[in-house]
Ligand binder design. Structure first.
Ligand SMILES: Cc1cc2nc3c(=O)[nH]c(=O)nc-3n(C[C@H](O)[C@H](O)[C@H](O)COP(=O)(O)OP(=O)(O)OC[C@H]3O[C@@H](n4cnc5c(N)ncnc54)[C@H](O)[C@@H]3O)c2cc1C
Ligand code: SF4
Length: 337
């Protein structure tokens, strides 16, 4: 048995100092991912710094309308929050599409974003994996490839990011607030998770010891209110995404005034479909236009026999998500299409 020191600081700066000063220390949130990794022998820290009781568990509306979500807000509480439900429905739907009620009661906002890939080889310490052990190789390449990334993968790693919440936050232009040794900094969601490149062992742009303290959503708008999350998975609950789509749509009559699209299950990070958004903005909304825009975004996709199904799946899921939002917009305005 490996000895482990457990500490529970009451101050965020103290927590940051304890992890920053010790390469073998790790933050502990709700523990629903990290404790599994301890049991699997995938992670062997000397010190666990429990940050789950730090007073960062409030959802607050700031004066400028920004919604600040403390890192320790549990996934269940965030999903049920009345402002989140009404003003940012994609966030509620993404959370409720993930894990189980019990896990959501325990899992924290920050921990959810920092959860690690579910690549089967990453979790099996008997197999080579560059993410677990840099330079050892990637067992997924040429191995079981059903869950592999189709966008932004590298020769070192083809894993996907598993968080549903992160996809909704990416679509809604959330900002992650982190505290480090040198103070606070703000990281747009689009810069928070990394593509694997030559260093798949690093999931995010955080330095060791940087603590997520909150996530901020921009002030509510017609666009955030008209947002949704659709997830395709092997069974109706308790399953990670094969692909998922977070979308928001604002129509002016038939014309796309603004649109947001982010994909899950296709890459090492939530994939913001910026080219597809650009193609749709200012155009007349139609399902054909949405499919063509998705196709444009997918032009750089690389697939093998096991994961080629993700291409039509994510295109269809995008069309489905936007169709639902367009129909609701028409119901509200009485417009016909
Ligand atoms: C059976 C099962 C099914 C699941 N299904 C889904 C699913 O469908 N969709 C989905 O999105 N998720 C799913 N999950 C994952 C679950 O959502 C995550 O385990 C959970 O959100 C992690 O949050 P946590 O607070 O427990 O994190 P922890 O396990 O405590 O920590 C996870 C990581 O985050 C780091 N960390 C924690 N807090 C902070 C912080 N404040 N700052 C910096 N680093 C921090 C830890 O060091 C660790 O590396 C599932 C999990 C299980 C076990
Ligand atoms: S895909 Fe990434 S996580 Fe999976 S085995 Fe390869 S290196 Fe490891």
């Amino acid at each position: 048995m490996k000895e482990l020191t457990y500490v529970r600081p009451t101050d965020a700066r103290d927590a940051v100092a304890r992890v920053s000063d010790d390469p073998h220390a790790r933050f502990l949130g709700g523990g629903t991912n990290l404790v599994d990794h301890l049991k699997l022998g995938l992670l062997t820290p000397d010190v666990l710094v429990d940050v789950s009781r730090l007073p960062l568990d409030e959802v607050t509306r700031l004066d400028d309308g920004t919604l600040r979500i403390g890192t320790n807000v549990r996934n269940s509480d965030l999903a049920a929050h009345p402002v989140v439900r009404s003003s940012y429905p994609a966030v509620t739907r993404a959370l409720l599409a993930g894990a189980s009620g019990q896990i959501r009661n325990q899992a924290t906002t920050g921990g959810n974003l920092l959860q690690r890939t579910r690549c089967v080889y990453f979790q099996d310490v008997t197999t080579p994996c560059n993410k677990r052990e840099p330079g050892s190789g990637c067992s997924a390449i040429g191995g079981y490839g059903r869950y592999d990334a189709v966008l932004g993968a590298s020769e070192a790693c083809v894993a996907t990011h598993p968080s549903d919440l992160a996809v909704a936050l990416a679509a809604l232009d959330a900002v992650v607030v982190v505290l480090g040794r040198d103070g606070e900094r703000r990281v747009p969601m689009s810069d928070f998770h990394r593509l694997p490149g030559h260093h798949p062992e690093t999931d995010t742009t955080l330095a060791h010891g940087e603590l997520v303290t909150s996530v901020e959503l921009p002030p509510e708008s017609a666009l955030t209110r008209a947002s949704d999350y659709r997830k395709v998975r092997d069974r109706a609950s308790y399953a990670f995404a094969l692909v998922s789509v977070a979308a928001a749509l604002e129509l002016d009559g038939d014309v796309v005034r603004d649109v947001r699209i982010a994909w899950g299950g296709v890459a090492h990070r939530p994939w913001r479909a910026a080219a597809a958004e650009e193609a749709l903005r200012g155009e007349t909304y139609s399902e054909e236009a949405v499919r063509a825009a998705a196709e444009l975004e997918l032009a750089a996709a690389v697939t093998g026999p096991d994961n080629a199904y993700k291409i039509p799946m994510v295109r269809n899921a995008t069309a489905y998500a936007l169709r639902g939002l367009a129909d609701r917009s028409s119901e509200r305005t009485g417009a016909t299409r």
